[in-house]
Design a protein around this ligand. Structure first.
Ligand code: PLP
Length: 397
């Protein structure tokens, strides 16, 4: 047998539960007809990118020299693009960022890999809060560090500060947060961010080194509450923001996002240099050049996401009225109700009898729950509700 990295073989062959559920749904749709199968497994935006994106792509193709349009850009991204993104954030948050604080990446995944690889040293730990995006473990381990999940506060999925304090130690290099959250849809309140910043500040001083806050924000623009989302670097200087246009502009296949290193961060220039180094070591070269120009010209715009709010309201009210328990999701496009039996995988299996495709919370480090991705046409939810009711009846709910 040829000698390969066993870690990579394992990563490439171990099935992701989300992908497996999605593949199962597709196979069932082929077998029994797509209208029979209600797939809530995957977080692929269901609304199209705004018309501006299409117009811009045409305009750029027609007017920009193709050698430039499709050529390499500087590794950190075109300077004018980075400045446009800085201007947009400065307008919205009253900040003072410049092009030099942005490093453009292939989506939030690329941003997280660069940020974690820049910070991670052997022996380091990164904390995150369960339930969490499963790829964090892959990204953190690829950066040579260890991911430790702080248990969830199950009633509302805000931070359990006693559990966080117990997990903090001098080995902790950073804490990854994701608000609005995948898989719960929960948004961290300003109070939560304030307390988090205070605790990380105190511990950083006690340990004599910064604990970085990595704010993974691909759902920043998908918010239902009226209270504004806290801008995390306003609360904590040593924040790295990882952003993506995958969800806000419905461009997940175009792979575009950024890491922002705010100038207030400790040794910000050095951290930025390490992020550039990480991008280089990971072979990213530069973010997609055409879509750098597109996002610069529609900074601050979003796809029409009204359907997500409609879906959330419809789904949440209906599930609660049937007896399901679900924390209040104020953003993103996921619900994370309690499974009707302790073994969420068994619950998902039972749901499949109705061709109802869900993902168990085990994949997200939070057993006893299921993730429902509602970035689907509203009619699919309407069609699926009787199935959820029948499923609940099986459990005598
Ligand atoms: N972080 C979270 C919480 C996500 O849900 C996702 C994708 O679903 C990502 C990061 C990666 O997103 P991107 O497509 O921008 O790489």
């Amino acid at each position: 047998m040829i000698n390969l990295s066993q870690r990579m073989v394992a990563l490439g062959t171990a099935k992701s539960e989300i992908r497996e559920a999605f593949a199962f749904a597709q196979a069932r749709a082929a077998a029994v007809g797509p209208e029979q199968v209600d797939d809530f497994s995957i977080g692929n935006p269901s609304v199209p990118a705004p018309d501006t994106v299409k117009e811009l792509v045409h305009q750029l193709m027609d007017t920009v020299d193709p050698v430039k349009l499709h050529g390499y850009t500087p590794a950190q991204g075109e300077a004018s693009v980075r400045q446009a993104l800085a201007d947009d954030l400065n307008r919205r948050y009253g900040t003072g960022y410049t092009a030099d604080h942005f490093y453009l990446t292939a989506g939030a995944a690329g941003a997280l890999c660069c940020a974690l690889s820049a910070l991670g040293c052997p022996g380091d730990q990164f904390l995150t809060f369960a339930p969490y995006f499963p790829e964090y473990k892959v990204f953190v381990e690829s950066a040579g560090a260890q991911l430790v999940a702080v248990p969830a506060r199950l009633e509302d999925f805000q931070i359990d500060f006693a559990a966080l304090e117990a997990a903090l130690s001098p080995q902790v290099k950073g804490v990854i947060i994701n608000s609005p959250n995948n898989p719960t849809g929960v948004v961290y309140s300003q109070e939560t961010i304030r307390r988090l910043a205070q605790m990380l500040g105190e511990k950083s001083r006690a340990y004599g080194h910064p604990i970085w806050l990595i704010s993974d924000e691909p759902y920043r623009e998908i918010v239902y509450q009226t209270a504004p989302l806290p801008w995390v670097p306003d609360f904590y200087d040593n924040t790295l923001v990882c952003y993506s246009y995958s969800k806000s502009l419905s461009l997940p296949g175009q792979r575009i996002g950024y890491v922002l290193v705010p100038p207030q961060a400790e040794e910000a220039d050095l951290v930025y240099a390490a992020i550039c180094g990480a991008g280089r070591a990971l072979g990213y070269v530069c973010a997609p050049s055409l879509f750098q120009l597109v996002v610069a010209r529609c900074a601050g715009q979003t796809a029409d996401m009204a359907v997500y709010r409609r879906n959330r309201d419809l789904f949440l009210d209906a599930l609660r009225s049937m007896g399901y328990t679900c924390a209040q999701p104020e953003g993103a496009f996921y619900l994370f109700p309690r499974s009707l039996e302790p073994d969420a995988a068994a619950f998902c299996e039972r749901a499949r009898k109705y061709d109802l495709i869900l993902v168990s919370g085990d994949s997200f480090g939070c057993p006893g729950h299921v993730r429902i991705s509602y970035c689907v046409p509203t009619e699919q939810i309407q069609r699926a509700l009787p199935k959820f009711r029948a499923l609940a009846r099986e459990y005598g709910v």
